[in-house]
Design a protein. Structure first.
Lengths: 161, 110
């Protein structure tokens, strides 16, 4: 029996059945001069938001099956004022749905899952410490407050499990 | 149940290489060290202009080797201190700054 099974009764990493921390809220960290999610230091997968319609959720990642989500964050692409909404649904349960305030900084990262090490210097890098497992489905959605193209970087890390 | 990706946006393009803002910044101590054998002659000079330049350098957080006034100051020092030759001035200004030569300013200010 593995060490993890001793703590979790052999059922693997716990799966959330409700909102993270009881409520959906971003944790925000700010770099000194460089965007974290768009920088060369990012070891996490990055995507740009693509074409967005103001206030309309679009799918960033949709998966069926079992896996783990261990990092998720959003960051503005440029200094145009906009808000970012992220919604995460695991196994049909919405575990996160929040919108940032009006964002004009390109060096401020809004974290959903995971953290940023050395967040205030140029060598900031993502760390993961909170793997969230899912059994049947994962859905990450994003909504920009603006109708535009590529207003945000969204970064995440997942793997089948 | 195997994980199947149904929808996923393509990866963002790789970011363009970012310019290093500290590339030509040097800590004060290593800047003086670049004078090599001429260092003590500069530091012990009684010339008012050289003393003023040394004092001005000493109060900075770092020296930007690409600033025009740094080259002008070196030229003046060279006019007073013979061992600060033109070749030495060029070497001081154009030798790439190593990691050891700007470690302090990177840690403190960047």
């Amino acid at each position: 029996m593995s060490n993890a099974a001793q703590f979790f009764g052999g059922r693997g990493a716990p799966r959330p059945t409700g909102a993270l921390d009881g409520t959906s809220a971003f944790r925000t960290t700010q770099n000194a001069t460089n965007s974290t999610l768009s920088s060369a230091y990012t070891p996490i997968k990055r995507v740009q938001s693509g074409s967005t319609t103001a206030g309309v959720l679009k799918t960033i990642l949709s998966a069926s099956g079992s896996g783990v989500l261990s990092f998720l964050a959003v960051e503005s692409f440029d200094a145009t004022s906009r808000t970012h909404r992220i919604k995460v649904t695991l196994d049909g349960v919405v575990i996160f749905d929040a919108t940032t305030g009006a964002e004009i900084s390109v060096v401020r990262t809004h974290l959903v899952i995971g953290a940023i090490a050395n967040a205030t210097v140029n060598a900031a890098t993502e760390i993961t410490f909170e793997p969230l497992s899912f059994n049947s489905s994962l859905l990450i959605e994003y909504a920009d407050s603006l109708t535009e193209s590529n207003g945000a970087y969204i970064a995440y890390r997942y793997y089948p499990a | 149940m195997p994980l199947e990706i149904l929808v996923e946006l393509p990866a963002a393009p790789a970011p363009a290489p970012q310019a290093d803002p500290c590339e030509w910044f040097i800590d004060i101590g290593p800047f003086f060290d670049r004078f090599g054998a001429a260092k003590m002659a500069v530091l012990t000079s009684t010339d008012a202009g050289v003393k003023a330049i040394v004092a001005d350098v000493s109060v900075r957080k770092w020296i930007d080797l690409q600033r025009a006034d740094v080259a002008t100051a070196l030229a003046y020092v060279g006019s007073v201190v013979p061992s600060v030759t033109g070749a030495l001035q060029t070497a001081i200004l154009t030798t790439s700054v190593t990691a050891d030569e700007n470690m302090a300013l990177r840690k403190l200010f960047f």
